[in-house]
Ligand binder design. Structure first.
Ligand SMILES: C[S@@+](CC[C@H](N)C(=O)[O-])C[C@H]1O[C@@H](n2cnc3c(N)ncnc32)[C@H](O)[C@@H]1O
Length: 278
């Protein structure tokens, strides 16, 4: 039984990090005319109303995207342009999820594969993506779905793996499926999102990834508070395999600035590391 709904969390600090990294990767893929595939294993509904009952209840976006003034972040202009395209001038009423962010940037030669299990969010996803071409939406398990579409015919692409970790086995599943996916599509760019609720789970996940001998892994993490095992999510991270060239340098400059604004303190919580080299 799936109870997680992303509408409670859309636009929070974790989404900001995830979507900045996603936009960077897609911008890199767009540098060549050759088509690419976007695979989103846990797509969500695609678009979120920030004045909905769910978003208002948690107010998470107020401590996330609403804290960032686009004019202060020229290096993130593409990310803010995408958000702007779903809103009226100078308003922030809607926040696009990963599939709509990707689709807004993609071209007619590119393809998207979107997996979402929740029946209500799947219906919304279909509705929210219907004006785009080259999109396949599936109401099925994203881990199995991923393996079924690899390698993509374009032989270029990005896979976003963004489970809610509602089911604790997801921490192991993501690593097992990444391993299998890399065997089918070694040159793909993989972006794995994780929440820091219990640090030990993340350390364990990273050790497992490194034990598999996977090369070229970078980790970008952004926090709003110190690690603690009793206050929920304090940080969130993205593990990127085969990251675009220069992404590390950009994130190294960006993360301390973002961490300062989003935590609202001078105590910055972030990580920017090379977990394994090429
Ligand atoms: C964190 S949300 C996705 C947010 C989205 N990627 C974004 O950035 O806008 C995780 C989604 O995965 C869905 N989900 C959970 N288990 C799944 C599975 N095994 N396969 C596909 N979707 C799943 C949930 O219903 C939820 O909508």
């Amino acid at each position: 039984m799936l109870s997680y709904r992303h509408s409670f969390h859309a636009g929070n600090f974790a989404d900001v990090l995830k979507h900045i990294v996603l936009v960077e990767i897609i911008q890199h893929l767009l540098k060549k005319d050759k088509p690419f595939d976007y695979i989103d294993t846990h797509a969500g509904a695609g678009l979120y109303q920030l004045n909905s009952e769910q978003a208002s209840k948690t107010g998470e976006y107020l401590r996330g995207i609403a804290q960032l003034n686009p004019s202060h972040w020229p290096e993130l202009s593409q990310y803010f342009e995408v958000i702007k395209s779903f809103n009226r001038a100078n308003e922030l009423n809607c926040y696009p999820g990963s599939p709509l962010i990707a689709l807004e940037l993609m071209r007619k030669q590119d393809k998207a594969w979107l997996f979402e299990l929740h029946p209500a969010d799947f219906e919304l996803l279909k509705l929210n993506t219907k004006k785009f071409s080259g999109v396949k939406t599936r109401q099925s398990d994203g881990f199995k779905g991923l393996l079924s579409v690899l390698p993509p015919t374009s032989r270029r692409g990005v896979v976003l793996i963004d489970p809610s970790y509602e089911i604790k086995t997801d921490y192991e599943q993501v690593i097992n499926y990444l391993h299998k996916a890399l065997q089918k599509f070694a040159s793909g760019i993989y972006a794995l999102w994780y929440p820091v609720v219990d640090r030990y789970r993340i350390d364990k996940m990273q050790r497992a990834l490194l034990r598999m001998g996977i090369r070229d892994i970078q980790r970008f993490e952004l926090g709003i508070a110190e690690d603690s095992s009793n206050v929920g999510m304090t940080s969130a991270g993205m593990i990127v395999i085969n990251p675009p060239w220069l992404m590390f340098d950009k994130m190294a400059l960006l993360l301390p600035k973002l961490a300062k604004i989003l935590s609202g303190t001078d105590n910055v919580f972030y990580k920017c590391d090379i977990l394994s080299t090429e």
